[in-house]
Design a protein around this ligand. Sequence first.
Ligand SMILES: Nc1nc2c(ncn2[C@@H]2O[C@H](COP(=O)(O)OP(=O)(O)OP(=O)(O)O)[C@@H](O)[C@H]2O)c(=O)[nH]1
Ligand SMILES: [Zn+2]
Length: 211
Amino acid sequence: MTIRFIAASRLPTPWATFTMHGFEDEATGKDHIALTLGDVADGEPVLGRVHSECLTGDALFSMRCDCGYQLQEALKRIADEGRGVLLYLRQEGRGIGLLNKIRAYHLQDQGADTVEANEQLGFGADLRRYDLCVPMLEHLGITSLRLMTNNPRKVDALTQAGVTIAERVPLTTGLNPHNEQYLSTKAGKLGHMMALGDFTQAGDVDIERKP
Ligand SMILES: Nc1nc2c(ncn2[C@@H]2O[C@H](COP(=O)(O)OP(=O)(O)OP(=O)(O)O)[C@@H](O)[C@H]2O)c(=O)[nH]1
Ligand SMILES: [Zn+2]
């Protein structure tokens, strides 16, 4: 694992001014970032989100998935608590990359579900790795997380990589007519610990920009 810290800066957002830490993965050439708020190196479990890149949901307001809603809600919860960390990992499309994700979306437009679409393209359902989190967290002095996720395989993978998960915190937000089927597939085929009844609706999350 060749994760190298490059630089840190302030990052003002609508919810709080975070510190942004940039890392380079020398093996893959990918850049990853961590946003932190407050004292995360005091040894106490840290409210955290390990978020996988979703350009369409995170930046382009896509309603096909729940990523953008989860990103916003995670940052808001960290800000409310005044302390926490968000790792933003550049493993787009559950690791298949943006263009293959568009190919997968094309297949889903024709009736495949999110898992079938990956398989029809010759990929496994989920190619992500989480071992790169270890050096990032070590650099930040974080030893234990209260992890915001519905994905039990993410909890297992992080635990196996050596990260202590003190608690799993559900993150069910952003349900809307465009992602209902996708969320059902995640619960049914990918084992996510959630029911549609747990979700807040997409319109419930709005950016409040505070000066
Ligand atoms: N291949 C593929 N990737 C997708 C699709 N929809 C979202 N993604 C990607 O899935 C990743 C997010 O994973 P999710 O399965 O939504 O959630 P998770 O991170 O495993 O679990 P949570 O922590 O509960 O959010 C991002 O990298 C998205 O780009 C899809 O239909 N196909
Ligand atoms: Zn997404």
